[in-house]
Design a protein around this ligand. Structure first.
Ligand code: 13P
Ligand code: SF4
Length: 366
């Protein structure tokens, strides 16, 4: 079924002015630790050799001496500071395979955040992911190496918008994609990720559900359920740029290629895909099927991360870069560890309401 109705900021005459922002806590920097040497030494070479084994198919050997000293320093400091690094599948391979303790999709990272015992979580991903970790493990210090790492979906909707939708559709439950601010999560009934969106919508046992903010994920969910979906006009700036025409041309030129796509893509793109799923579901599909030639219609770094693990799979472009994910670099991760900057904080009363929506999703039975 197509989505039943769709709304956006222009559809509410009484919408308060102001746009969605990523709430950025004032940077609380602790004392700066002494800066480690970033020289390429034989000790660094020896200590990072096993890491380079994992990265050798995606990072040229000539570049390794430039990265390895920072990777080595981060891995040492992580132990000294009792910190853990969570990295999304879209992080660059030198981060994902070089320094991360836990990698995954949004759902896996949220679940893992609840289990962290270390004092500090360094979130290598975007701001809403760091907020989700803070919601789920509020006693930990959560740092994001660059607070400007936002998301076009999270920026598309405010808590006030959710209240306007609730006024228009009294009694209709509201599901928010985790790609939203804590302020939005606090206004909704339950969260979802691209891994469990259909399951979450159906768990509400309602004939109609407001599903926000991604219009394309909403369209995908509507195609998989008989629940009527009321959507919001948000989109991921990375996935909305792909077109079905581009994929058809690509398949014509490479008839043996397999195409897999993320459900944040427009419907004409998903119509061309052999498989649609969250980033973790896409990775599992590749692990199980081992296609010879593959196009991953998603953020570019994911193809590099998969190729590091499965070098026999030939990855063909196209892919698009997420400028927000790419704000996280080895240098600013090191800086976070040295200075404890940029800490993510959430107002406790708001956090209590937002946490309930995320926990409700995590506690859903499979
Ligand atoms: P998942 O990893 O949950 O599929 O999310 C994709 C995404 O765009 C995160 O920003
Ligand atoms: Fe947001 Fe899209 Fe970037 Fe994910 S890929 S962080 S949804 S803009």
């Amino acid at each position: 079924m197509p989505i039943a109705e769709i709304y956006g900021p222009d559809d509410f005459a009484n919408r308060p002015h102001g746009r969605a922002t990523t709430p950025i806590a004032p940077a609380r920097s602790g004392p700066t630790l002494p800066r480690p040497s970033l020289e390429w030494t034989s000790e660094v070479e020896r200590a990072t050799a096993p890491i380079y084994q994992r990265l050798k198919h995606v990072i040229p050997s000539i570049e390794w001496p430039l990265m390895a000293p920072t990777i080595h320093a981060i891995n040492q400091l992580k132990r000294e500071r009792n910190a853990v690094i969570l990295a999304h599948n879209y992080q660059a391979p030198e981060i994902f395979h070089g320094v991360a303790d836990i990698g995954g999709d949004s759902l896996q990272l949220a679940v893992e955040a609840t289990k962290v015992k270390a004092d500090i979580i360094i979130q290598c991903g975007v701001h809403f992911m760091a907020e989700t970790s803070k919601l789920l493990n509020p006693d930990k210090t959560v740092l994001i190496p660059d607070t400007r790492a936002g998301c076009s979906l999270a920026a598309s909707i405010t808590g006030a918008d959710v209240r306007l939708l609730r006024e228009k559709f009294p009694g209709v439950p509201v599901v928010a994609y985790v790609n939203t601010s804590a302020e939005v999560k606090a206004e909704v009934d339950i969260c979802c990720t691209s891994s469990n969106a259909v399951q979450v919508v159906e768990s509400l046992n309602a004939p109609r559900v407001i599903f926000l903010p991604d219009r394309y994920l909403a369209t995908y969910v509507a195609s998989k359920t008989s629940v009527k979906i009321i959507a919001w006009k948000g989109a991921c700036e990375v996935h909305e740029r792909f077109t079905g025409e581009e994929l058809r041309a690509f398949r014509d030129a490479n008839p043996s290629v397999q195409i897999i796509a993320h459900p944040e893509c427009p419907p004409d793109v998903l119509a061309e895909a052999d498989f649609t799923g969250s980033t973790a579901h896409m990775i599992n599909w590749v692990r199980e099927r081992r296609p010879k030639r593959l196009v991953m219609i998603t953020e570019c770094s994911m193809a590099d991360n998969v190729r590091a693990e499965l070098p026999d799979v030939e990855m063909l472009r196209p892919c698009n870069l997420c400028p927000h994910m790419k704000r996280i670099t080895l240098s600013n991760i090191l800086e976070s560890l040295l200075t404890s900057g940029e800490e993510v904080t959430i107002d406790p009363a708001l956090a209590m309401r937002a946490r309930r929506s995320v926990e409700r999703m995590i506690n859903l039975k499979n």
